[in-house]
Design a protein around this ligand. Structure first.
Ligand SMILES: [Zn+2]
Ligand SMILES: [Zn+2]
Length: 151
């Protein structure tokens, strides 16, 4: 996932669309029993200046996980909108919040990893009103009442 700014500058382009698919590292997942569901995609546009660039667009990805309440399997997909600033290493501006690049090549990997980690929910549910498991017998209460008396 590298955008070669030099090539764009040589063509005299100020902006350029880009699109990549990639397979995210499962270590980015904070949810238990989860994995990414196929490839993720990033699509966007880069705006090029002398020693800075702006990258904006969307990341879409899917995960296979389990409901945080009833533990049944769930597939979820997510879209992250992003708009990030990249500064060349040679740019002396002390901006702590932006990403840096070297030799006119923007590597999107760190940005993508960070965005996915920040976007990941703490819990996912199979449905809004999932009833979860009975704390006493462990039955999935979405399938009906288990008859346990819960104090
Ligand atoms: Zn559930
Ligand atoms: Zn029960």
């Amino acid at each position: 996932m590298i955008i070669d700014l030099k090539a764009l500058k040589q063509k005299g382009l100020k902006t350029c669309d880009f699109e990549f698919s990639f397979s995210p590292d499962n270590r980015l997942l904070s949810l238990p029993q989860s994995s990414f569901d196929g490839d993720a995609r990033i699509k966007g546009v880069v705006e090029v200046y002398d020693d800075e660039a702006f990258v904006s667009g969307k990341i879409t990805y899917g995960i296979k996980t389990v409901c945080s309440r009833c533990l049944s399997p769930v597939n979820k997909s997510f879209t992250i909108d992003f708009d990030e600033r990249f500064l060349s290493m040679t740019n002396p501006e002390p901006d702590e919040d932006c990403f840096r690049y070297l030799h006119d090549k923007i590597d999107l990997s760190n940005m993508v990893d960070e965005l996915i980690m920040t976007d990941m929910p703490y819990a996912v549910f199979c449905k809004e009103d999932c009833k979860g498991l009975c704390p006493s017998c462990g039955k999935n209460l979405n399938d009906g009442d288990c008859g346990c008396e819960i104090l």
